[in-house]
Design a protein around this ligand. Structure first.
Ligand code: F0G
Length: 427
């Protein structure tokens, strides 16, 4: 173990690299894990320390990522760019629970992060790593949220940001953010998978730091979703954590963090993880159900955030699912948008990919995998306003191939008091 207190270890061949270097993969091509000295962590801090930090306003403690810093990345405060990430609500929603067929459902809304998605938790750590390495240019390929987040954090850190996005397949709110925060935005003709391949090549030849979730420090930050969720629950372990899967960094991260908590002995069991994929972008579902390695697909789904056919972190993802006795489910675009209509109408709201969580839950309860009485936490990954086109399209019935069963269409009325009153009495 390096004196930094962590090292990078290859998932495939277990070669170890010493802590900080601008490296995302092993020489064999395998992805890398940050391996902490968990014994040293357990000697330095405990759950009570994390609980005390939560209530204090210190610049690092206020962040729902850096509060857990010993388990994330030991770093000098001067390297940290924080927007107070995390600290997201855990909603107890009877309406959405009923839709999913559960007695009770808790929804952790990661869309309440500063740039509107869970990516900020990983990005604050990725940006700190970039600073520690002395990098002043960063890049990512993105279906939108990673680029929005990176653009914001890079701008605050004074770094130049380059985002690679699939033209025409990124939601308006996300594209707006990348442009507004000042990232140089390259629109590629290909899909996310092509953009991902190219940005890895660009970062390997230029001195640009890659901030996709293939970067192991991004994963470390996203572990904090699970830490904060457990803290929300007074460290009582739920039966299930359910979330959408695209490039598969997020579920890998949450599982990794929970396994570490279990190893340290701060929790006595692991929650089961359920990863939900869109049916048109389901390589993990196929690998899980057939037991074969991942086979890339050409992805298509209305949930553009998870329109990914060749996920980078599939091995880490399967490792976490296996460790927690988890499952993978797939849902159609219709199921995603029906679930979204319920999440939105419950007053909570989330972007389409997030609502795969609830669509998947409904399916897993219906097929008997999840018991209706179990403790279930769903993760909503992005804000409702990320994708306004899908919302308006759904409610006005103009999305092709989608039956807007739960539409709340706008009503056209003349500028006339009697007509308005008549309409109000009718609705
Ligand atoms: N939900 C939302 C809202 C996302 O933006 C993403 C991924 C996911 C779920 C899936 O998470 O990739 O870790 O499995 N968005 C990435 C991006 C790919 O570029 O913003 P994952």
């Amino acid at each position: 173990m390096s004196e930094l207190g962590f090292e990078l270890v290859c998932l495939d061949c277990e070669t170890a690299f010493s802590g900080l270097e601008p490296r995302y993969r092993c020489d064999c091509g395998g992805t890398l894990d940050v391996k902490h000295d968990l014994k040293a962590v357990a000697e330095a801090v405990d759950r009570d320390v994390f609980d005390r930090r939560r209530g204090n306003g210190g610049p690092l403690d206020r962040s729902g990522v850096w509060r857990y810093r010993e388990l994330i990345l030991p770093v000098e405060a001067r390297h940290v760019v924080s927007r107070g990430e995390g600290n997201t609500q855990l909603y107890d929603s009877p309406a959405v629970a009923k839709y999913a067929g559960l007695d009770r459902l808790l929804l952790k809304h990661e869309g309440e992060n500063p740039t509107g998605s869970f990516k900020d938790r990983g990005m604050t750590v990725g940006t700190a790593a970039a600073r520690m390495l002395g990098m002043d240019r960063v890049a990512c390929a993105s279906t939108g949220n990673t680029s929005a987040s990176m653009a914001s954090y890079a701008s605050i850190a004074g770094m130049r940001a380059f985002v690679f996005i699939p033209e025409g397949n990124i939601a308006l709110g996300k594209l707006s953010q990348a442009l507004a925060y000042g990232a140089r935005t390259l629109q590629l003709a290909g899909d996310f998978d092509a953009a991902m391949r190219l940005v890895e090549q660009v970062c390997a030849t230029e001195s640009i730091y890659l901030l996709n979730s293939v970067n192991p420090f991004r994963i470390e930050g996203q572990k904090a979703i699970g830490f904060e969720l457990l803290q929300d629950l007074g460290w009582r372990v739920p039966d299930w954590i359910v979330l959408p899967g695209g490039n598969l960094g997020n579920n890998s991260a949450i599982s990794k963090g929970l396994v570490e908590l279990h190893e340290i002995g701060w929790i006595d069991r692991l929650p089961r993880i359920a990863v939900i994929q869109a049916g048109g972008a389901n390589p993990l579902y196929t690998a899980f159900t057939t037991g074969r390695p991942i086979e890339p697909v050409r992805a298509e789904t209305i949930a553009t955030a998870i329109r990914i056919g060749n996920p980078v972190s599939w091995k880490k993802s399967l490792r976490g699912i296996e460790a927690s006795n988890g499952v993978v489910e797939e849902v159609s675009d219709q199921e995603i948008l029906d679930a979204k209509a319920h999440v939105d109408a419950a007053g909570i709201g989330a972007e389409p990919a997030s609502c795969a969580t609830v669509a998947g839950l409904r399916k897993l309860v219906a097929n008997g995998t999840i018991d209706p009485g179990s403790t279930v936490c769903g993760i909503l990954t992005g804000h409702l306003l990320k994708d306004p086109d899908v919302v308006v399209g759904y409610h006005s019935g103009s999305l092709s191939g989608i039956d807007s069963r739960f539409a709340n269409a706008p009503l056209r009325v003349p500028d006339d008091l009697d007509a308005i009153l008549a309409e109000l009495r009718r609705i």
